[in-house]
Design a protein around this ligand. Structure first.
Ligand code: 13P
Ligand code: SF4
Length: 305
């Protein structure tokens, strides 16, 4: 309607005025993905945020994503439109606890999923995302890998890279943890040719039913290139927007209840508009902490090349 159109016009005007770029993760609301200049998975967004020329980044995602952008580009103003859009998985790795934990494994490489706090990143050798983790870990010289915070992604990587010894922290994503494997089996009974596409944050019984396991952009690429007609999508529902836009002739099913990350859904068009208007909420980091966290993200980009 008219109000939404006015809001979009205002956002686009402010964006030019402030020399800003709007980045959105695939789990964001459809209208946020539509207004964004770039939509991507967490690896792509992190790289884009570092390389883009704009002075202001409006990061439509969660706190660790906006903080990662700031760690890599301290000269830019990075805005998170809703200050309390956090990631419960990242919160499962407390700085003091991790500091104690890693002391027991002095020989190991400490690998942090990018879904972690800036403070925790200072304790790590390298960061990974779901789309870059396998390559990066294979490239590490160490045999022992402390992986945190996601026990599911960590378990998946341990299976893929059996020559390394994984020590896992016990965190998980509350959105992906709840998937019911039986409901996938039920869909497959009716649609035997359907391809099951699963995010590696899912638990092992669910991963074991997958035809493909990968990041959000990996799942979108797989479905787009595939000749199959039916897909069971086992990740946060925001991904459906891009899947359906790119593949209007294909059918997408969800197992059981819709998977929604409430934190990813907090940002509305109004928030994006206010964010640009009032420069809300700028990410600020202690410079020493930032520099220590920088190394792990810089290594991620180096080792994934
Ligand atoms: P990817 O976009 O890297 O697959 O990340 C998934 C996720 O849970 C982000 O919070
Ligand atoms: Fe965190 Fe899971 Fe939400 Fe991603 S989907 S932001 S991992 S809680």
């Amino acid at each position: 309607d008219n109000m939404v159109e006015n809001l979009k016009d205002k956002i686009n005007r402010l964006k030019k005025e402030k020399n800003a770029v709007i980045l959105a993760h695939y789990y964001q609301r459809p209208e946020i993905q539509d207004i964004a200049d770039v939509v991507g998975d967490s690896y792509f967004l992190s790289k884009y945020a570092q390389e883009c020329k704009e002075e202001v980044i409006v990061f439509c995602g969660v706190l660790f994503m906006a903080e990662s952008a700031k760690i890599l580009s301290p000269e830019k103003t990075v805005l998170l439109p809703v200050y309390d859009a956090g990631c419960p998985m990242a919160d499962m790795a407390d700085y003091e606890d991790i500091k104690e934990f890693v002391k027991d494994y002095p020989e190991a490489a400490v690998v942090a999923y990018i879904n972690s706090s800036t403070e925790v990143k200072t304790l790590c050798d390298v960061c990974v995302t779901s789309s870059s983790a396998e390559k990066i870990i294979r490239n590490l010289p160490q045999e022992d890998i402390v992986f945190l915070p996601d026990r599911n992604l960590g378990g998946y990587l341990a299976e893929k890279i059996p020559e390394k010894n994984f020590i896992l922290w016990d965190g998980f994503c509350i959105t992906h943890e709840k998937v019911d494997a039986d409901s996938i089996v039920q869909i497959k009974q009716q649609l035997s040719d359907a391809k099951v596409l699963v995010h590696p944050e899912c638990p092992k019984p669910v991963r074991d039913l997958a035809d493909y396991i990968g990041s959000t952009s990996g799942i979108i690429d797989f479905a787009t290139k595939s000749d199959a007609a039916d897909f069971v999508i086992v990740t946060e529902e925001g991904i459906m927007h891009e899947l359906k836009t790119k593949n209007p002739e294909k059918n997408f099913y969800v197992p059981g209840k819709t998977m929604t990350c409430i934190n990813m859904k907090k940002i509305t068009l109004e928030d994006v508009c206010e964010s640009l208007e009032k420069m809300k909420y700028p990410i600020t980091l202690d410079e020493e902490v930032r520099l220590n966290a920088f190394k792990s993200l810089e290594n991620m980009h180096k080792l994934s090349r």
